[in-house]
Design a protein around this ligand. Structure first.
Ligand SMILES: [Fe+2]
Length: 191
């Protein structure tokens, strides 16, 4: 075999090998890079309104099953982000967004340990482009000096999981005395 041909074959084998190693290791590196895995993102969608007021109880005047979500805002080292702000918006129990007021829109401040808690009603579903979206709550997590992280929270047992749903964004639900409870920790990158 000619020296040039051997060289080309060797280069191809090395190239394919390195590509295989990179593809194989990449997910591992992503998972091992940080002590806490970053929360996966999701599109903002068209229904966000900025400047929502600070409040920890949303939709109190509306009919619907009460839902309480709590957790922590952490960075990639699992350290709390005490100055984090969680900006949420969602539909009412009939799947409608309200644009006249901020009934189901609000910002929640994390405490000095990065812990947050808010009370709302379980969101209803709506059809978008002929496809039923699962029940979800939109979220923007921010903190001074950090990039805003936009995502959506979903709930276990939904029959309408669509293209945007990621397993890590599906919340487990507990129920007691007619109130649903869920916990979720947001992990955002802090350089
Ligand atoms: Fe939505």
């Amino acid at each position: 075999m000619k020296k040039k041909t051997v060289g080309i074959i060797t280069s191809v084998i090395l190239g394919v090998g390195m590509l295989g190693i990179f593809i194989g290791l990449n997910p591992i590196i992503q998972n091992l890079s940080f002590a806490c895995t970053l929360t996966e993102g999701n599109p903002q969608g068209p229904y966000y309104i900025p400047e929502a007021p600070y409040k920890e109880k949303l939709g109190q005047s509306l009919e619907g099953q009460k839902l309480i979500i709590s957790g922590q805002v952490l960075d990639q080292n699992c350290d709390p982000i005490p100055t984090a702000i969680i900006d949420i918006w969602q539909t009412d129990s009939n799947g409608n967004y309200n644009f006249e007021d901020f009934t189901l829109r609000g910002k929640i401040k994390a405490d000095e340990h990065g812990q947050y808690k808010f009370e709302t009603i379980f969101p209803g579903k709506y059809s978008e482009a002929g496809v039923m979206r699962p029940a979800h709550i939109h979220v923007k997590v921010s903190a001074p000096g950090l990039l805003t992280h936009t995502t959506q929270l979903y709930f276990e047992g939904d029959e309408h999981y669509d293209f945007f749903v990621k397993p890590s964004l599906i919340l487990k639900l507990d129920e007691k005395d007619g109130i649903r409870y869920s916990e979720f920790n947001f992990v955002i990158f802090a350089p």
